[in-house]
Design a protein around this ligand. Structure first.
Ligand code: MET
Ligand SMILES: [Zn+2]
Length: 770
């Protein structure tokens, strides 16, 4: 007999721990400071802290409303582990050693590749699937977790990445034959999932949640129509099992409406839709009489307090659909938001009070689902006070000082096409070439140099008040001088100051902008044990004072070679922060662009002849929905141009992109109209270049020849080959030589060695070309 689905739930809770307990536990295990048993017990304690917290916030321990979405590293890796879908190179390893070798590699084997999870800043580990990859129900760790929790008094709802999504996110193993697609193995995967579902059933689970976000994405190699068709075929096989728990099929991160007809009749008991990013079906569109609709109305992608009145109205409307029942949930797992606003305190009293009133982190969002669930089951009058409170806070926010600034609005409204347009590249190119006088194949780096313990110590000492601003500046200047000297010794052509003053390439700017607030404990998982602390964009953005000019000018004063000014672009600032949602993202992007435009002008006036504006997140924010992509590319490219097009023709604008496949955004890259684009290419062996060339990309290009994600030092010979390969697609007079990305996560030994090889290799190829 099926148990009814809880009226309120979240699709998942933050996994890293309120005080980043998981980070500390796994890192100490990796460092050999703790045993596997100690790691397991820290992990268990963290899971139970989550269950206890959710129970405290009003979730029932016995009705499956508490999700078990914990993971030691990554939820996709958990499935790889569970299926035993282990690439050959890891053979001989087992248990946790295997798990972490897959995640991080070791001396002998490179890890699984890591890539962004849908349009978020979270990274998952890409399964490698070939025709012979073993796939079975090989490892029951997820079931064991369920049993452990149940025995300790919490009947959780296990959360697992669904079979279609798992394979849609996989890549074909290196030795797979031409034409093989991981989804060719769907029947094997489904067979293993059938065993998993049965095992959960046998262990006493009443509900299991499977996340199938692949069904909402147009950005995968298989079309969403094909994915829906596959889902429509395989989900009935899972639902047909006897003695199984009830199944919740979740469609977070986008619009699941198109997939609904394929799965509504599959026999699963409940389907979740992201109703913030997607839309609800209209009555009569699809027969939901056999499924409960789990309405994702509380946004798990942002940190804003919900408009509960709007959510109530949406729920009332959904009741017209004739579904077997209605529950309320978050749009997606809360793994993308910090734990609790109670852990924050902002220096400015008024802002502190305001932000506490306006924000909702994970715990506040759980409470919001609970309010809406009470409304659903006891009538909306019973929660009228909570709803009114939310509406009052929203109304107060709209008119609070700084949220809307006329000076900022007037400026963005006045932006014209001319403000976003430079004279044609072909005209500025000779002017810049003459001014800069660079050799053919100029060498440069992407910006940051290794963040040494001394730099981190200086920053910590400043934060603790042990040294003053002047003392800190002196230490950082010392570091800049060291980095300039090093680059001169290495004979690099275009230098950088090394970014030692930046804790983070977004937060550094957010801290200096009006309209942004940083957090103290607002950590979110980026991958594995890595966390970031996104800033909150709460108001209109302006730049009260120059942000980078002093550092760049100081660096330039030390050398006769050009030093690049180094800024982060509007899209990346938005992507790696929590943006406001009360105005369109494009408008926020233009506000940031204008603040950067002033910085660019100040750099230029201070004598900076090359300015780089990084946009590594350009691809990441590309909407999952094909219909929304053109508009996105339009405003994102437009904001970059607003930031950069104010310069003189003789000032060279660079941009840097990394972290992704660029295929879908080649036109946009050209549209940025940067004079030079450095781009991640080493890992994909320069594949991006022919694509750029085929699309008529004719500006400067610096394909990364050193994959900085690994400490490995490529030899001169190897680098010569990569540069030669690049010269096949890019005319030599447009080719730059540089690493793949910034060096901040690298150490000096490999940095010195590789940069020396890189310069040597460049000189060899230059001589060949001459
Ligand atoms: C993730 S892109 C990083 C670019 C930045 N300028 C750096 O070198 O660190
Ligand atoms: Zn980068």
């Amino acid at each position: 007999m099926a148990t009814e689905f809880p009226t309120a739930t979240i699709l998942g809770y933050p996994r890293i721990g309120r005080r980043r307990e998981l980070k500390r536990a796994v890192e100490s295990y990796w460092a050999g400071r703790s045993t596997a048993e100690e790691l397991t017990s820290a992990f268990t304690a963290l899971r139970h802290a989550t269950f206890d917290r959710l129970a405290e916030l009003g979730y029932d321990r016995s009705n499956s409303s508490i999700p078990e979405n914990s993971s030691l590293y990554d939820q996709v890796l958990d499935v790889t582990w569970q299926l035993g879908a282990i690439p050959q190179r890891f053979s001989g390893k087992s248990e946790l050693d295997l798990y972490f070798a897959l995640a991080r590699g070791d001396q002998d084997v490179p890890p699984l590749e890591m890539t962004k999870w849908f349009d978020t800043n979270y990274h998952y580990l890409v399964p490698e699937i070939g025709p012979d990859t073993p796939i079975s129900f090989a490892n029951d760790h997820l079931v064991q977790r369920f049993v452990e929790a149940k025995n300790a008094g919490t009947l959780t709802r296990p959360v697992v990445v669904g079979p279609v999504t798992y394979l849609a996110l996989a890549k074909a193993a290196d030795d797979a034959p031409e034409g093989f697609e991981p989804l060719d193995r769907i029947d094997d995967v489904v067979a293993a999932y059938r065993e998993l579902v049965s095992a959960f059933g046998a262990a006493g689970a009443t509900w299991v949640q499977f996340d199938e976000p692949a069904l909402v994405s147009d950005n995968l190699s298989v079309s969403r129509i094909d994915l829906a068709e596959i889902a429509g075929r395989v989900w009935p096989l899972l639902a047909a099992l006897e003695d199984r728990p009830s199944l919740l099929l979740a469609l977070p991160y986008g619009d699941g409406r198109m997939a609904l007809p394929a799965i509504a009749g599959s026999g699963v008991e409940a389907i979740q839709l992201d109703l913030v990013r997607g839309s609800a079906p209209v009555p009569g569109e699809v027969n939901l009489s056999k499924v409960r609709l789990v309405a994702g109305l509380i946004d798990g992608r942002n940190i804003w307090r919900a408009d509960l009145a709007a959510a109530r109205d949406a729920l009332i409307e959904l009741e017209q659909l004739g579904a077997a029942g209605i529950s309320v949930a978050t749009t997606n797992s809360l793994q993308h938001v910090p734990h609790d606003t109670a852990d924050e305190k902002w220096g400015d009293t008024e802002l502190n009070a305001n932000l506490h009133d306006w924000l909702a982190f994970a715990d506040q969002k759980v409470a919001e689902t609970a309010v809406l669930a009470r409304g659903l089951s006891h009538g909306w009058d019973s929660v009228a006070a909570d709803i009114a409170q939310a509406s009052t806070a929203l109304a107060a926010r709209a008119i609070a000082p700084g949220v809307r600034r006329e000076d900022v609005r007037t400026r963005t409204a006045a932006l014209t096409e001319a403000d976003r347009t430079r004279i044609p590249f072909t005209e500025r190119e000779p002017i810049q070439a003459q001014k800069l006088g660079l050799p053919i194949l100029p060498t440069t780096t992407i910006g940051s140099f290794p963040q040494t313990p001394e730099i981190r110590n200086a920053r910590a000492a400043l934060n603790r008040g042990e040294i003053d601003e002047a003392g800190y500046t002196e230490r950082i200047r010392g570091e800049v001088a060291k980095v300039i000297k090093l680059q001169e010794d290495l004979d690099i052509d275009v230098l950088v100051h090394g970014e030692p003053e930046r804790n983070d390439m977004v937060q550094y700017f957010a801290e200096q902008f009006d309209g942004f607030a940083a957090t103290r404990n607002g950590w979110v998982q980026s991958y594995g044990s890595r966390c970031t602390r996104p800033s909150i964009q709460w108001g209109d953005v302006a730049r009260p004072a120059p942000m980078t000019v002093e550092w760049t000018s100081y660096a330039q004063s030390l050398t006769g070679r050009p030093v690049k000014g180094m800024l982060t672009g509007p899209v990346t600032i938005l992507a790696w922060s929590f943006p406001r949602i009360d105005i369109p993202l494009g408008e926020s992007a233009d506000q940031i662009a204008l603040a950067l435009r002033d910085e660019v002008a100040d750099l230029e006036a201070a004598g900076t002849s090359i300015i780089q504006v990084d946009e590594p997140a350009l691809r990441e924010l590309l909407p999952l929905d094909a219909d929304r992509q053109a508009d996105y590319l339009d405003w994102s490219v437009g904001s970059f141009r607003a930031a950069t097009a104010g310069v003189r023709p003789d000032t060279q604008i660079h941009t840097h992109l990394c972290y992704s496949e660029f295929g879908q955004i080649i036109d946009a890259i050209a549209g940025l109209d940067a004079d030079v684009t450095s781009i991640e290419a080493a890992r994909s062996k320069m594949e991006v270049l022919p694509e750029l060339a085929a699309n008529g990309f004719f500006r400067g290009v610096g394909p990364g020849v050193w994959d900085i994600h690994s400490p490995r030092v490529p030899s001169t010979a190897e680098l010569v080959e990569l540069i030669q390969a690049a010269a096949q697609s890019v005319p030599a007079n447009h080719l730059w030589v540089n690493p793949d990305c910034g060096l901040k996560t690298r150490a000096y030994p490999e940095t010195n060695a590789t940069l020396a090889n890189l310069v040597e290799a460049t000189k060899i190829v230059r001589a060949e070309l001459a």
